[in-house]
Design a protein around this ligand. Sequence first.
Ligand code: SF4
Length: 288
Amino acid sequence: MANIQKQVSENVAGDFFVDSTCINCDTCRQLAPATFGEARNYAYVRQQPRDEAERRLAVRALLSCPTGSIGSLGKEAISEVMGDFPLAIEDEVYYCGFASPKSFGGSSYFIRHPEGNWLIDSPKYLPKLVHAIESMGGIRYIFLTHRDDVAEADRYAARFDSERIIHRAELSAQPGAEIILEGDEAAEIAPNFLVIPTPGHTRGHLVLLHHNRYLFTGDHLWWSRRRERLGAYRRFCWYSWPEQIESMKTLLDYSFEWVLPGHGQRIQLPPNVMHENLNLLISHMEKS
Ligand code: SF4
């Protein structure tokens, strides 16, 4: 619960505010970019919502903030807006919202599929979201990109009798996982669900390619709004930067339109433009 007594000084006056517990995960700026901005190393309210549509986006951000750092002095339709999640992105791909502090506010995703639904990394375990997922058919597989973003995957797995997929090198974060991948070879777990090892950020980091269209990238790469290009940060590379560069090169063998990251902005580009962006990123990585 955000505390108005601790609000950051940059907030513009009005109902919505951010307090000093913000961890600068970027979730609010992705969900409600007109309302939230970045000051130094935290978020703030740069403009109060100007209409009902912007207000709803701001409430979605409030609900998804991992640290409860966003508050409102107004009467918000919290319960109603909770029902917006999972939020449709495109086709049967959804953003879960309700980011967990256990994954530093990492984004998680849901794919509805006739052969069984997938959860990619984990949001907070909240009854309202659990019921929503149940009404969409539950979860057959939980794909875990790497150890940092498992959050409450074990609770979702227990609730839906799901199979968790993780690389052996990340297993300490989810020791009870049911499907453990070894080595550095790509593996098709189900038709149109290709798991690609991408060591670098961590030793056992994985990405998931769905239908040669959606690439769920964990902390391997994301879209930088500021630079308007794909990004990968050396200072957040916990295992090996040279291996992360090599892993990035392996992605040139695949075609995809979406980058759906754990942290940072998601992006959709035509496949050829995405490929050019990937090449550009690799050349930046090799120079850094
Ligand atoms: S979602 Fe919360 S923790 Fe993340 S940047 Fe916004 S206010 Fe900060």
